[in-house]
Design a protein around this ligand. Sequence first.
Ligand SMILES: [Zn+2]
Ligand SMILES: [Zn+2]
Length: 318
Amino acid sequence: MNNSNEIVSIDNDFKMIRPPSVRWPEPANVYFIKDDDGISLFDTGCGCDSSVERILNALKSLGWDKLPVEKIVLSHAHPDHIGGMEALSSYLNPKQIILHEIDVPYANKPNDLHFSFDIPLCNEKNREKGNDEGHGFDLLGYFEMVNCPMCSVDVSKTVKQKDIINIGRYVFEVIHTPGHAPGHISLYDADKKVLLAGDIIGEIVAWYAPSSGGAMGYLDSLQKVDALDIDIILPSHGGVIKDSKKIIRETQAVINERDEIILNALKSGPKTFHELNEALFEFPLIQFFPGAPMVESHLQKLMKEKRVELLNKLYSLG
Ligand SMILES: [Zn+2]
Ligand SMILES: [Zn+2]
């Protein structure tokens, strides 16, 4: 178990706490901002003991562990970002827990994440392939199995696009950035030109699902962020990013490339959903999730753009 902290200084009062790896199921980065009233957090990481200990140890080593906790802002209701809330709440006792209004039902009732992850679609596609084992996929059980359990969170304040969250010297505007989660937010300080991106930009390109905004929602979110004047991006997975334009282009390219793979596969004739899933993703487990929701979200996009047609369960070029 690795409990070592990597504390990255954004400035004297603004710290990034990095987990040992950017890969799921390691927790997301947690950010601390100190001001005259106390400290505030952006996300809390996983609910496993090692992650919770890492956060508490980081506060201790900064000498901030006795300070009152003002706000905990949550980027979205996924376990690697909010799973730590339950264990941390009793230590931190935050005055305010903030989340986008659309993600509140998932924070209240984590079992509903089945819907924003499009697990019913995954199960249906799996059955179509003849892999029906008589029961659907247990998402919350899976989170527990990989040691990043989800908890329910009582949100005390909801936000939406363009709302302002003041934290010390920072005036953050809420940018609603769906695609990966329906109520995903990024925070932008126009004066300091800083973006807390959440999962939509970082060392890995996040998965997406139709019920969370899909490929179309993700690309729209990237366009929103592209319109901002940014000096540094602080992602939830990975280190500080200086060249914001470059990473936005690279993220767009990864998503757009998947359209091209589908269109290329269709050049040789009509294909089933599963054939297209196999063209995009190599491994059966990935084809199940997030493959199926990602393929579905690209097909919805391509059909809306009239580049792909569906007839008798077969996709062809439009
Ligand atoms: Zn996420
Ligand atoms: Zn994440």
